[in-house]
Design a protein around this ligand. Structure first.
Ligand SMILES: Nc1ncnc2c1ncn2[C@@H]1O[C@H](COP(=O)(O)OP(=O)(O)O)[C@@H](O)[C@H]1O
Ligand SMILES: N[C@@H](CCC(=O)OP(=O)(O)O)C(=O)O
Length: 379
């Protein structure tokens, strides 16, 4: 379970380009006194700093029910579903307002995205949510996601936002999921009830020994460490690392992303790229196809190279940038699947052309390759 000091992994966070940050209720709500606006301001400052460095950050924020309770003057968390829904509806306003005003100090726009379980389990809605979030991220807007508590019922509830954070990390093929909570990380026993509990610095997301030490949540949070560990397991399916750390540590996000040995880091079992590719191949519907010439087929199969437009003879289907397409040879034999960097119309205009001509033909260049090798699975 415990790892040596030279354990690789922290540097994976240094190289992360897209990160999902989940901020838990236990941390956000000022011990039940309502939203901790000053603390939220501090996390927003760190997210903005990462953003300036070109790192895409998507927030998953809890706190709607707790904030709603304070606004409504309720002292005790209600148990009736309709009252929880009402509190969430009132509180979500406050949450959105708070994030919006803090991000505005940095000239950044935010977008409120409320999801239900169905949005991520139904294939069509999954793809819709994915393209909406990808578009926001491409527009350099910071999405702030929460569960749509006002419309969910017990049967279709994520319940805890750790699971939601992991599914969003899958959805966006994020490099890392950072879970900020009220403890320094995962301990070898619940530190609330075990004074001698020790922090686990690194581990494998799928280590069953870790599951045995992760207990339930406190009075304000929903799932405790058990759901955080399960979230790490889910995030690892698409190759994401998970960090669990205290949101009260000064500059926690910027320090984690600089590779500092803070909190608990849980790594995916598979090499991230391999896990991510497998995830991609299994998840996304094919939206179109590309017919490759013999040279392109050979480099894809033999050298694992990216696919360039110069090796493509024809395109078919109405795919958009970021969609999954099938690559076939001139006899129609399946060669590879991958996420395409150009939509069908643009791809049709650049096929057969060398990459240095893309800008002159389209007036812009998204990327020099049609499908980057990291997003390509040879079949
Ligand atoms: N092994 C463990 N290590 C650390 N915390 C643990 C452990 N087992 C249970 N916990 C509990 O998990 C709580 C954090 O989860 P939770 O209350 O759901 O917070 P959040 O709202 O941030 O998700 C901690 O306050 C702690 O009491
Ligand atoms: N969606 C709920 C939060 C659920 C929750 O508290 O989850 P967690 O932060 O994982 O303990 C809300 O905004 O109140």
């Amino acid at each position: 379970m415990k790892e040596g000091v030279n354990n690789p992994g922290r540097e994976a966070l240094v190289g992360a380009r897209r990160v999902v940050v989940k901020i838990g209720s236990a941390l956000l709500t000022n011990d039940g006194r309502g939203l901790d606006e000053a603390a939220i301001g501090g996390w927003v400052d760190q997210v903005a700093a990462l953003h300036r460095r070109g790192i895409e950050v998507v927030l998953v924020s809890s706190g709607a029910v707790a904030a709603g309770m304070v606004r409504l003057g309720w002292q005790v968390r209600p148990s009736a579903v309709h009252e929880l829904q009402a509190a969430a509806a009132v509180g979500q306003n406050g949450l959105t307002e708070c994030y919006e005003s803090h991000f505005a100090r940095h000239g950044l726009l935010t977008a409120q995205v409320l999801l239900t379980h169905d949005d991520l389990s139904d294939r069509k809605r999954y793809l819709n949510a994915r393209s909406a979030l990808r578009t926001l991220v491409d527009l350099r807007v910071v999405p702030v996601i929460n569960e749509n508590d006002t419309v969910v019922t017990d049967e279709i509830r994520f319940g805890d936002n750790d699971t939601l954070g992991a599914l969003v990390a899958n959805l966006l093929e994020a490099d890392a999921l950072v879970i900020l909570t009220d403890q320094e990380g995962l301990f070898d026993a619940d530190p609330r009830s075990n004074a001698g509990a020790r922090l686990i610095l690194e581990g494998r997301a799928d280590d069953p020994a870790l599951a045995a030490v992760a207990g339930g949540g406190g009075a304000l949070g929903r799932g405790g460490m058990a759901t955080k560990l399960r979230a790490a397991h889910l995030a690892a399916r698409s190759g994401a690392y998970t960090a669990i750390a205290s949101g009260r540590q000064p500059e926690v996000l910027t320090r984690l992303m600089a590779g500092e040995r803070l909190g608990t880091l849980l790594r995916p079992d598979q090499v991230p790229i391999a896990a991510r590719k497998r995830w991609l191949a299994g998840q996304l519907q094919v939206r179109g196809s590309l017919i490759l010439d013999a040279g392109a087929v050979k480099v894809l199969r033999d050298s694992g190279s990216s696919l360039l437009a110069v090796g493509v003879k024809a395109v078919s289907g109405q795919f958009r940038r970021g969609d999954m397409v099938l690559c076939v040879d001139e006899q129609g034999e399946r060669v590879a699947k991958g996420l395409v960097n150009y939509g069908a119309d643009d791809a049709a205009r650049i096929l057969g052309k060398p990459s240095h001509q893309i800008e002159a033909i389209l007036g812009f260049m998204e990327a020099p390759e049609l499908i980057h090798r990291d997003n390509l699975v040879v079949l």
